[in-house]
Design a protein around this ligand. Structure first.
Ligand SMILES: O=C(O)[C@H]1O[C@H](OP(=O)(O)OP(=O)(O)OC[C@H]2O[C@@H](n3ccc(=O)[nH]c3=O)[C@H](O)[C@@H]2O)[C@H](O)[C@@H](O)[C@@H]1O
Length: 706
């Protein structure tokens, strides 16, 4: 039996790939396409034989899948799909079910996900099954569309035969010791309704790569009848390497068994995306954050696109026109769609969506013709090269939000692998757009209220709306996010032995009677007021965190974050900094709630990120305040913003908000003592950068707000 676990993006490519593999295997196969969300539902008899008793042990060949959207495809000996009873398919997609791991079948499990968690989990399950039940006939093939590093596999740890392959459609990139060795064109060819529906091939000379063909042999001991195909393709791929150097390769894909017309296009080659890049100028630098390791205080160079990307027409000059049937000189198709339904659009514009161009990650709204253009860079900001041993796999919940995205930037630049979970309620993909596609980065839409499984070393748990209008918008959801989200993440930390950092808030002190606020202060919170969903939610989150520490020995950290501001705040966030800046930029009156005598202390985002990373990496477990003690009344703050922007606007008073804390200023003695941390940015410097950010984004953001 050969088990393929395939990690891909998009169910279509999963199905295409497994179909092609099935053809090679030329035997009865079962194909299951799973979505990432099904991870936690994927269970199997992983207990030891002893603990399970005979009855359960007999079910060793069953894989239980509670799959809400699992799709099952069965193929006959010729690789033709068998009709699956509607009822069975319906049942598979709506109910838990058990799949018999019939050893005479190949099992191809396609994980439709950008996240390696399900694959790893599945491999572990399978490995345990095969060890517990002495199933020597289980072999693993792992195909990871993003990146797969040799040896980085649970299956391998269990000593199971493993074929390590990395495929990055439409090219195959071979990795050795984490470094891309070379890229080869991967051809998927389809004949409509024909006998040979697919071809897949890759260079096997690297040793680490075992073809599906060889796997078929491993699984069945039989010679494949497709050796010639493979050899032929091998030669073809060597030939096309030369073409690749010239910057071209061709790709044809089609779903197996469907009568779809072949689609042929020519795309430019792109360099393997690793650190740095030849095309993007290196113009800015960012200093590393402090960690326990003084050597980490290096400077990172960040590639920033200087050139303003042009309009849709001007920004993609690197994209060559398509050729029909791959033959240069054929008539070019340059428009698609139909004017009558206004679906007509230039192919060139569409190509920007799926073909990488030469400009850096960037987005531009053209107000003249109201088009929105996204640009993508072939190069990423350079990240520090660290060893596999040093590199941590870090989960950041809420990583697409204001604070989260800055934390992600820093962790990425530090050279770590970062996985972002976000439900995008207040977070935004644009905040992390510049990392999308980077081999160290994964972005997953997931609500922490639902359980989530992954293997990580550290968890920064930020997910929760933080602005009062946002968290009061749906208070029940806010409480659920704080409570259930934190339970889920603590459960994950417990299982994986990851270190867990909770981002709590100064709001746990409520409307404080002690000033400035020390961590030892218990707070003054109205448990039934409009802010309670957030304040009490975070207080329970802290309680949970320390309960898991005491009861289950989870390694925890708690940061109590005071008012923070900076670029990537949403202009409609509702918090005072973004409100005042946007009001002043628009020439509107600044709105003060109440008499403006209430105080706040504002810290700049980079200081907070420094503090969070320090806290995570130091050995201090009690709550720590992170904030800038520079305290302003809200009226003083309004005046400061007005003069920074040089805006000739009035300040107006609005009714006070209920339970608004009257004084807030952190005592940061603990952070100084235990983390060696103190804010470095003056509020003025931070405000200047933030104003610049809002100015740059003003036109576009205002349009979005409508
Ligand atoms: O900025 C933050 O990081 C914090 O923001 C909020 O706490 P809050 O201090 O109420 O934040 P704002 O909504 O920015 O309000 C600050 C003060 O400005 C006042 N304000 C706000 C907005 C406005 O337009 N005018 C105005 O006078 C508020 O009434 C309040 O007194 C969140 O509750 C915290 O979790 C979060 O850490």
């Amino acid at each position: 039996m050969v088990v393929f676990s395939i990690k891909v993006r998009g169910s279509q490519s999963a199905e295409e790939l497994v179909s092609v593999l099935a053809l090679y295997l030329k035997g009865p196969s079962n194909i299951i396409s799973l979505n990432a969300s099904q991870l936690e539902f994927l269970t199997s008899p992983v207990q030891s034989k002893k603990s399970m008793g005979k009855e359960r042990a007999d079910s060793n060949s069953a894989l239980k899948i509670r799959a809400s959207t699992a799709k099952i495809v069965e193929l006959d000996e010729n690789g033709e799909s068998l009709e699956i009873d509607d009822e069975v398919q319906e049942k598979a997609s709506t109910q838990d079910h058990e799949l018999k791991l019939d050893p005479s079948h190949y099992w191809i499990i396609a994980f439709n996900t950008t996240w390696s968690g399900p694959c790893r989990y599945f491999e572990a399950v399978m490995a345990r099954c095969s060890i517990n039940y002495e199933r020597k006939d289980v072999h693993f093939a792992k195909i990871d569309m993003d990146m797969f590093l040799e040896g980085d596999s649970i299956a391998e740890r269990f000593g199971i035969s493993l074929a390590a392959t990395t495929i990055d459609l439409p090219t195959l990139i071979l990795f050795k010791n984490g470094k891309p060795l070379k890229r080869l064109p991967l051809k998927l060819q389809t004949k409509v309704g024909g006998e040979v529906l697919g071809k897949v091939g890759w260079d096997r000379s690297e040793g680490s790569v075992v073809s599906a063909f060889e796997l078929a042999k491993l699984g069945t001991g039989k010679e494949s009848t497709h050796k010639e195909d493979i050899m032929e393709h091998h030669e073809a791929s060597v030939q096309s390497q030369t073409q690749e150097e010239e910057g071209l390769y061709s790709k044809t894909t089609s779903a197996m068994g469907t009568q779809s017309a072949p689609c042929v296009s020519t795309t430019p080659d792109t360099p393997v995306s690793t650190s740095g890049g030849e095309t993007a100028p290196s113009t800015a630098s960012e200093s590393a954050s402090e960690t326990d390791d003084p050597s980490s205080q290096a400077k990172y160079t960040k590639n920033v696109q200087e050139e303003e990307p042009g309009s849709a027409e001007g920004g993609t000059t690197a994209v060559p026109p398509p050729t029909l049937n791959g033959e240069p000189g054929s008539q070019l198709v340059n428009m698609v769609g139909d004017k009558s339904v206004r679906s007509d659009i230039s192919l060139r514009v569409l190509q920007q969506l799926y073909l990488p161009d030469q400009s850096n990650a960037y987005r531009k709204l053209n107000h003249e013709d109201m088009t929105l253009s996204y640009f993508h860079s072939p190069s990423f900001p350079a990240v520090r090269a660290i060893t596999n041993h040093e590199r941590k796999r870090i989960l950041v919940t809420g990583g697409a939000g204001f604070v989260g995205s800055h934390l992600v930037d820093r962790l990425m630049l530090m050279g770590h692998e970062v996985i972002v979970l976000d439900n995008f309620f207040t977070g935004n993909k644009r905040n992390v757009q510049h990392w999308m596609g980077h081999p160290h980065f994964e972005l997953i839409r997931h609500d922490v209220v639902d359980p989530f499984m992954i293997e990580v070393d550290q968890i920064y748990h930020l997910a929760c709306p933080a602005s009062p209008p946002h968290y009061q918008y749906n208070p029940i959801k806010t409480v659920k996010t704080s409570v259930m989200g934190t339970i889920n993440m603590l459960g994950l930390a417990k299982r994986t032995k990851a270190r867990f950092l909770l981002t709590s808030t100064s709001e746990v002190y409520g409307d404080p009677e002690e000033h400035p606020q020390k961590e030892t202060y218990w707070g003054h919170v109205n448990p039934i007021g409009p802010r309670a969903c957030y304040d009490e939610g975070k207080r329970v989150a802290e309680t949970l965190t320390y309960s898991y520490m005491h009861q289950d020995e989870v390694d925890v950290r708690v940061a109590r974050i005071f008012n923070t501001f900076g670029p990537r705040m949403n202009e409609n966030d509702g918090r005072v900094v973004s409100n005042f800046i946007m009001q002043a930029l628009r020439g509107d009156e600044l709105t003060i709630y109440g008499d403006g005598q209430q105080t706040r202390s504002f810290q700049y985002i980079h200081d907070l990120v420094d503090g969070l990373i320090l806290l995570m990496n130091k050995n201090y477990k009690d709550p720590v305040n992170l904030g800038n003690p520079e305290e302003y009344t809200i009226r003083e703050f309004a005046e400061m913003i007005r003069s920074e922007i040089n805006a000739n606007v009035d300040i107006m008073s609005l009714p006070p908000t209920e339970d608004d804390p009257q004084r807030r200023r952190p005592d940061i003695g603990r952070a100084k003592r235990h983390l060696g941390w103190a804010p470095k940015f003056s509020v003025h410097q931070g405000i200047r950068e933030t104003v610049q950010y809002f100015k740059n984004n003003k036109m576009e953001q205002s349009w979005y707000a409508t």
